[in-house]
Design a protein around this ligand. Structure first.
Ligand SMILES: [Zn+2]
Length: 44
């Protein structure tokens, strides 16, 4: 699942596909929706 970077509209289309655009705002930037936002990163 991916979300529009601009308006956070969800899209089921793979953003890797050429020519994908947000239906809402026309943005071409998407980010992957992560279930776990709070991810603990171990520094060492
Ligand atoms: Zn959008």
């Amino acid at each position: 699942m991916y979300k529009c970077w601009k308006c956070h509209e969800r899209t089921t289309v793979d953003p890797n596909t050429m020519g994908i655009q947000c239906e809402k705002c026309g943005s071409k930037m998407f980010y992957k929706e992560r279930p776990n936002v709070k991810k603990t990163i171990k520094a060492r």
